[in-house]
Design a protein around this ligand. Structure first.
Ligand SMILES: NC(=O)c1ccc[n+]([C@@H]2O[C@H](COP(=O)([O-])OP(=O)(O)OC[C@H]3O[C@@H](n4cnc5c(N)ncnc54)[C@H](OP(=O)(O)O)[C@@H]3O)[C@@H](O)[C@H]2O)c1
Length: 391
C-alpha cells in the first residue's frame, strides 16, 4: 500500500470515529465512493490564477469601521500589504461569498465579532503567491481557504499566517472552492454526526434553497437518503422546485404545505424523517419537529426568521425527540488538533464536486467595485442566488 493511500485510509479511520453511526460514517452508497482520477470542471475552473505579473504590494479591501447597516458602513479601501514574515504567506484572493453570518458580523449581531476596523468576509478561496522562509504547510500555487471564521476574505490580497490557512484542491471550480469551507461542511457534519443515516432514510429541512440546504440535498442524495425540502412560497416556485429536484431533492414543499394534513401522503412513500435540519426557527421549526419519527433529532443551525424555536411538549414526552444545535466554527475549533478529520471532510466533499454530485450554490458573481449592490442583494428575500465577490 502506497504512503498516500495509507495516509488516506488512516485519516478515514480516525475521522470515522466521530460520526453518529457508532464509529462509521455511512458510505455504503456506491455513488458516494471515490472515482479516482475523475475531474469534472465547472464554471471558470480552468483559469489558472498563478500570478506571473508584477509583485502584489497592496490590497483593495471591503472594510467596516463601525457596526451597522452593511451598505452604509462597508467601504472600499486600498492598503499597502505588510512585509512577509517567516511563517506567513502572501495570498491573492480569487473569490469570496457574502453569507448571512458576514452580514450579521457587520451588523454587530453575530456570536463572534472581530476587532474594528475589520475586513468583511469569513469564507473564500485564494492562491498562494509567496511564502515565508519557515512555512511548511502551504506552498506557492496552492489554493487556500480560511481555517477559522474572522479572517476577512473580501480583499484582493493579504499576508496571512500559515496557521490560518487550509489547502484545498485546485481542480475544482473557483466557485466551489470559495464556498466549500462553511455550508457544505455544515451540511456534511449535520448529516454525519447526529443520526446514523442509512440509504432509504429521510431528512427534512427548511430553508432548503439556502447554500446549506442545497449542499444537504446533494450530499444526502449521494448517500441514497431521501430529503423533504421546505421552501417559502414565491412566484417562481415551480422553477425553484425543478432546480432543487435536479440536484436530487426527493420532495420540495412550501411552508404552507408542511402544515396541511396531505403531507402525511409523503410518509406512505418514504419513512418519517430521522433528522430535521432547521435554519429558520419559529413556526417552521415546530412544524419540522412534528414530522420527526420517534427518537429523531432536530438540529438547529440557523435562525433566519429571528424567531425562537418552540418545542411541543408532546414531541418531548411521546416522541422523545432530541433538540440539538450545530455551529461549524465550533466544530473546527474543537477539531483543531485533529487535522485528519478536517482533511477527510474536505476530501470527501471535493470528491463529490469532481464527480458532479455537489455543485457550488446557485450564485451571482459580482466585482468588488459593485459591492453595494451585492450586499443589498444578499439581504433581500427570495433572491435564491448567493452573491460571490470575484477579485
Ligand atoms: N451553524 C452553522 O455552522 C452555520 C453554517 C452555515 C450557515 N449557517 C446559517 O444558516 C443559515 C443559511 O445560511 P446560507 O449561507 O445557507 O444562506 P443563503 O444561501 O444566503 O440563503 C438564505 C436562506 O434563508 C432563507 N430565509 C431568509 N429569511 C427568511 C425568513 N425570514 N424566513 C424563512 N427563511 C428565510 C432564504 O429563503 P428565501 O429564498 O425564501 O428568501 C434562503 O433559503 C444562516 O442563518 C446562516 O447563518 C449556520
Amino acid at each position: 500500500m502506497g504512503v498516500w493511500r495509507l495516509a488516506r485510509v488512516l485519516s478515514r479511520a480516525l475521522s470515522l470515529k466521530k460520526s453518529a453511526c457508532g464509529g462509521a460514517l455511512v458510505t455504503t452508497s456506491p455513488s458516494w465512493v471515490l472515482s479516482s482520477g475523475t475531474t469534472v470542471l465547472q464554471g471558470n475552473t480552468s483559469r489558472s490564477y498563478f500570478s506571473t505579473g508584477p509583485p502584489v504590494t497592496e490590497s483593495t479591501e471591503l472594510v467596516y469601521r463601525s457596526h451597522g447597516d452593511p451598505s452604509q458602513v462597508v467601504q472600499l479601501d486600498t492598503r499597502k500589504l505588510p512585509e512577509l514574515e517567516a511563517k506567513s504567506a502572501l495570498v491573492k484572493m480569487l473569490a469570496a461569498p457574502i453569507n448571512p453570518s458576514d452580514i450579521n458580523m457587520i451588523q454587530g449581531t453575530y456570536a463572534i465579532l472581530p476587532d474594528l476596523p475589520a475586513v468583511g468576509g469569513n469564507e473564500g478561496v485564494g492562491q498562494v503567491l509567496e511564502v515565508g522562509s519557515q512555512v511548511q504547510t502551504v506552498k506557492v500555487g496552492d489554493w487556500v481557504i480560511p481555517r477559522d471564521a474572522g479572517l476577512g476574505t473580501w480583499r484582493t490580497a493579504a499576508v496571512f499566517s500559515e496557521d490560518d490557512l487550509v489547502t484545498v484542491p485546485s481542480d475544482i471550480s473557483i466557485l466551489s472552492a470559495a464556498t466549500l469551507g462553511v455550508n457544505p461542511c455544515t451540511a456534511f457534519r449535520m448529516l454525519s454526526d447526529f443520526e446514523c443515516l442509512m440509504p432509504g432514510d429521510t431528512v427534512i429541512q427548511n430553508a432548503a434553497n439556502s447554500g446549506v440546504g442545497q449542499a444537504v440535498i446533494q450530499i444526502a442524495a449521494a448517500k441514497g437518503v431521501h430529503t423533504i425540502n421546505v421552501v417559502r412560497d414565491r412566484p417562481d416556485l415551480q422553477q425553484l422546485t425543478d432546480r432543487l429536484r435536479a440536484m436530487g431533492a426527493t420532495y420540495v414543499i412550501t411552508e404552507e404545505m408542511l402544515r396541511k394534513p396531505e403531507i402525511k401522503d409523503i410518509f406512505k412513500a418514504c419513512p418519517r424523517p430521522k433528522l430535521a435540519l432547521n435554519g429558520v426557527g419559529g413556526k417552521s421549526a415546530t412544524e419540522l419537529l412534528r414530522h420527526l419519527q420517534t427518537g429523531g433529532t432536530m438540529v438547529t443551525y440557523g435562525g433566519m426568521a429571528k424567531q425562537p424555536v418552540t418545542v411541543p411538549v408532546s414531541a418531548l414526552i411521546f416522541k422523545d425527540v432530541k433538540v440539538r444545535g450545530f455551529w461549524v466554527t465550533q466544530w473546527k475549533r474543537d477539531n483543531k488538533q485533529n487535522e485528519e478529520a478536517l482533511r477527510f471532510m474536505l476530501e470527501e466533499l471535493s470528491t463529490l464536486i469532481r464527480a458532479g454530485k455537489l455543485s457550488a450554490p446557485s450564485c451571482t458573481e459580482v466585482e468588488m467595485k459593485d459591492f453595494h449592490k451585492a450586499l443589498d442583494n444578499a439581504m433581500k428575500p427570495y433572491i435564491s442566488s448567493k452573491q460571490i465577490l470575484v477579485m
